[in-house]
Design a protein around this ligand. Structure first.
Ligand code: PLP
Length: 423
């Protein structure tokens, strides 16, 4: 979180005090550091320098158009999982030839749009999807470049909801079925075999599961190549972990070392799909204390952000650091839970924080740049938060705070209409 530091006893994002941003844009607001995104991106490009690498940022981590534009300008491609994300990255200026399309349930209209755009590759997750894409490509006069997502059956040692590479997960196809899949793909019109891919999970902090997956994947690649199937790229997926509390720095050097010789010997391009790694620590959720209350032993700070803004604590039991915007004079003052106003016991943002908080105090929930805004909802008819991007010493609103009117509009138009089944 080195882009968020205290200066003159105030927490700042790249020298801009968060208090000023709260005054200018209100709360709750996600604040992103463009410089932090750039630093994380450069760390990846430096680590993989000299390898033929395509970095496809996983849009679902943070899909704000200005964030996507920034990443595009840095040279990133994109990993998308829906037609909506395709529209976003194209609007942000993405080069279609740097887009890969992942996901277990691509629909016809999404496949058509991706073929029309001329994306780099479809990451296919089932036999049924291969048939669907081949058929749409043939009828629309396109050739669909494809890769098969295989499931290397390794345990990424992370939260069960974000473990995706086990045989029990819905993702990918078992390795044993890969050869038959590619044989069939080679026989279909409208299909061009391009690569192979996997994605074993998210917030992975150890190199061990990656090494296990890489070993299995290259054994498979060699078997496929021996049987005459031409594979041009290896897509390792995303999942590189970040520091929320005291996790180790992700071992990029060891990952490069494990890949380098294998890729070069086989003349393969490397594709990676990092999401969290590029944006998590580039953002905070800035929120204000409405009031505090105590129930028996427990003290709560009720803030104006909630689980609809930041779902990770409720969904995964995730722990994200909380910092007071006004630097505390002493620490360990009180043990307090930071909770939102939503009618759910699961609506907490942080537990047992050593902070001395009172009404109107501002706090920053750290590491909120990934899977924060992108997982937000309108639960309790709460408008989504504003988003602000700090770049070159300037703070810029990059998403307007959602109003109640915007939320109601889609329903008001139907309120007093007679019932009908016509569209
Ligand atoms: C979610 C996802 C990613 C990104 O995961 P991170 O942990 O954010 O890096 C990459 N590829 C696929 C297929 C995904 O589903």
């Amino acid at each position: 979180m080195s882009n968020f530091k205290y200066q003159n006893q105030e927490l700042a994002c790249d020298q801009i005090p968060l208090r000023e941003l709260a005054e200018a844009f209100g709360t709750p607001t996600f604040v992103y550091s463009g410089a932090a995104i750039e630093t994380a991106y450069q760390r990846l490009t430096t680590a993989f320098q000299g390898l033929n690498t395509l970095i496809c940022y996983a849009v679902k981590a943070n899909a704000n158009l200005s964030v996507l534009k920034r990443l595009h300008e840095l040279g990133a491609g994109f990993d998308i999982v829906s037609g909506g994300e395709l529209a976003r990255v194209l609007r942000a200026g993405a080069d279609p030839r740097k887009i890969v399309f992942s996901g277990v349930g691509k629909q016809d209209h999404e496949i058509e749009a991706a073929l029309e755009a001329g994306i780099h590759c479809f990451n296919i997750e089932s036999d049924a999807e291969l048939d669907r894409i081949a058929s749409i490509a043939t009828t629309t006069g396109h050739i669909a470049p494809i890769s098969l997502r295989v499931n290397p059956d390794v345990d990424p040692e992370t939260h069960p909801y974000i473990s995706t590479g086990l045989n029990t997960a819905k993702f990918g196809v078992p390795m044993a079925e890969a050869e038959a899949f590619y044989r069939k793909a080679a026989s279909l019109t409208g299909i061009e075999i391009l690569g192979i891919d996997c994605h074993i999970g998210s917030q992975i902090t150890s190199i061990t599961p990656y090494l296990a997956a890489i070993d299995k994947m290259f054994t498979l690649i060699d078997r496929l190549m021996l049987s005459g199937i031409s594979i041009k790229h290896f897509d390792l997926g995303g999942g590189m972990g970040v520091r929320y509390e005291n996790e180790p720095e992700f071992p990029l050097g060891a990952l490069r070392a494990a890949l380098e010789q294998r890729l070069n010997d086989r003349n393969l391009q490397l594709v990676i799909e990092p999401g969290r790694y590029l944006v998590a620590n580039a953002g905070v959720l800035l929120t204000k204390v409405i009031h505090t209350k105590a129930n028996h032993e427990k003290k709560f700070a009720v803030v104006d952000a909630a689980m609809n803004d930041l779902l990770r604590p409720a969904l995964y039991g995730a722990v994200q650091e909380v910092l007071a915007v006004q630097e505390p004079m002493e620490t360990g003052a009180h043990t307090i839970d930071v909770v939102g106003p939503i009618c759910e016991t699961g609506d907490f943002l942080a537990k047992d924080c050593s902070l001395d908080l009172k009404a109107d105090d501002l706090i920053a929930i750290c590491s909120a740049g990934a899977y924060g805004m992108s997982m937000s909802s309108n639960y309790n008819t709460r408008g989504r938060a504003a988003e602000v991007l700090v770049e070159g010493g300037q703070a810029r609103l990059v998403r307007t705070r959602e109003s109640v009117e915007t939320q109601l509009a889609l329903e008001i138009e139907h309120l007093d209409k007679p019932s009908t089944t016509e569209h």
